[in-house]
Write a protein that binds this ligand. Structure first.
Ligand code: GDP
Length: 444
């Protein structure tokens, strides 16, 4: 099959950092093979790795290595792709790239190889984004999730939902197209059942995508509590290093302390707050303002108390955002001689000093971060926005159907489908594509 026409040929250095000596210059586009044959001064056969000398314009050897040609369409981008595998010298790789450019290639923009793979139908948009997410994954669980999205798991779920929506639309559109028929399409019980099932599927997908995003971003955990209950000490105990300044004087944690932990494969950002109290001085007040902002975006709040039956000060309790999961930490358990009376779910008897109970807490955090149970796929804020939009449209469609407004319902269903289409890129504006692929690294 001939190489796709109408596109230029791009080239980039695509080297894994610290790859131990190998550097790759990758080409994609119709002229890739000719350029590579010019550099290697030999003919190439598809998918046959050969050793070659890479020559400069004057025939001098720049380096030697492996050259590999993937003929279109059986390549990453769907175009003719060539990889020149050289020694990982940045100087040599730059020279090789320049030689490619002199022979007709253009330096690739970040993410342009993957963008072409998308444009050639090799990947849908969610899969293409998963390539970047896989590369930037900060933990094993995140990498696994990105790998699942790259394999199309998320896209398949979205497509299944789109299919459900299509079926729904058929019913509603039929009611519009054949208003005089005997059958009352809108009153058909199947329509209500399908609508309910679709909304349920969407709700499940929203939850799972939220989990996927948390896995990628890491869980945002904020520690709050009255002064001196041991917030900084707990952060240190969890982070296993002396990051926060621990002191007996109330109010010493003036700034927000932040630790990113890798909890056996799950990323976790821990933020220790200055006590959310009315502060006498301005530095403390600034700390409080920032703590409030952190709390607003918390996935999990660790509310620290210094006894089994202590309570969070009322002003602090009032700051916990709706929807955040609260774990109650009854700290300083080492000072209590009696057995812990803490038996409620999400209450933990812990000691920052002796690390008592911290393993259970870690396990719970890991669970909340989505690292347990497997099966998650990666997701981004863009996907969650699209799902939320689809949800709003479906809610409205449901209300319209209840009010017998078939035309409005049909439009809402169409809008829901459009919103979902944005996830996999079925119907996307170029501007959106530009935004997404510019977040990639060069050579991908
Ligand atoms: P914060 O103001 O809530 O951040 O509290 P700190 O972490 O600064 O701790 C206040 C005091 O309590 C310090 O003297 C700590 O050594 C002490 N402390 C913290 N956690 C524990 C604990 O688990 N057991 C005991 N015995 N003391 C603790």
């Amino acid at each position: 099959m001939p190489a796709p026409q109408g596109r230029d040929t791009i080239a980039a250095i695509a080297t894994a950092p610290g790859a131990g000596g190998v550097g790759i210059v990758r080409l994609s586009g119709p002229a890739s093979r000719a350029i590579a044959e010019g550099i290697c001064a030999r003919r190439l056969l598809p998918r046959l790795a050969v050793h070659a000398r890479f020559r400069d314009d004057d025939g001098h050897t720049l380096d030697d290595g492996i050259v590999l040609w993937f003929a279109a369409p059986a390549s990453y981008t769907g175009e003719d792709v060539v990889e020149l595998q050289a020694h990982g010298s940045p100087v040599v790789l730059a020279q090789l790239l320049q030689r490619c450019v002199r022979l007709g290639a253009r330096p690739a923009r970040p993410g342009e190889f993957t963008e072409r793979a998308f444009l050639e139908g090799k990947l849908d948009l969610a899969q293409a984004e998963a390539v970047a997410d896989l590369i930037s994954a900060g933990s094993q669980a995140a990498a696994r999730a990105a790998r699942r999205s790259l394999d199309g798991e998320f896209s398949r779920r979205v497509d299944a939902l789109v299919e459900q929506l299509t079926q729904l639309r058929m019913y509603v559109e039929a009611a519009l197209d054949f208003p005089d028929e005997d059958i009352d399409f809108l009153a058909a019980p199947e329509l209500g059942d399908r609508l309910r099932a679709t909304r349920e599927s969407l709700a499940v997908l929203v939850r799972e995508a939220g989990r996927g995003k948390r896995l990628m971003d890491g869980l945002h955990v904020v520690i709050i509590g009255a002064p001196n209950v041991g917030k900084s000490s707990l952060l240190n105990a969890l982070a296993d290093e002396d990051r926060a300044i621990v002191s007996d004087i109330a109010g010493t944690t003036r700034d927000l302390l932040r630790e990113t932990l890798d909890l056996e494969g799950v990323l976790l950002t821990l933020v220790d707050t200055a006590g959310l109290r009315d502060a006498p001085d301005s530095i403390e007040a600034e700390g409080i303002r920032r703590a409030r902002a952190e709390l607003q975006r918390a996935d999990v709040v660790l509310a620290v108390l210094d006894d089994d039956d202590a309570k969070l000060p009322a002003d602090l309790a009032g700051e916990i955002p709706e929807g955040a999961r609260v774990l109650w930490l009854h700290n300083k358990a080492d000072l209590r001689s009696h057995a812990s009376g803490v038996v409620q779910i999400d209450h933990f008897s812990v000691s920052a000093r002796t690390s008592l109970g911290l393993d259970k807490l870690r396990a719970r955090l890991r669970e909340l971060a989505g690292g347990e149970g497997g099966g998650s796929f990666s997701a981004r804020a863009r996907h969650l926005d699209a799902l939320a939009q689809a949800r709003i449209c479906l809610d409205r469609a449901s209300a319209c159907l209840d009010a017998n407004q078939a035309e409005l319902a049909a439009e809402e269903l169409r809008q829901a489908q459009l919103a979902l289409g944005q996830i996999t890129g079925v119907m996307d504006a170029d501007t959106l594509l530009g935004r997404i692929f510019s977040g990639f690294c060069i050579g991908k």
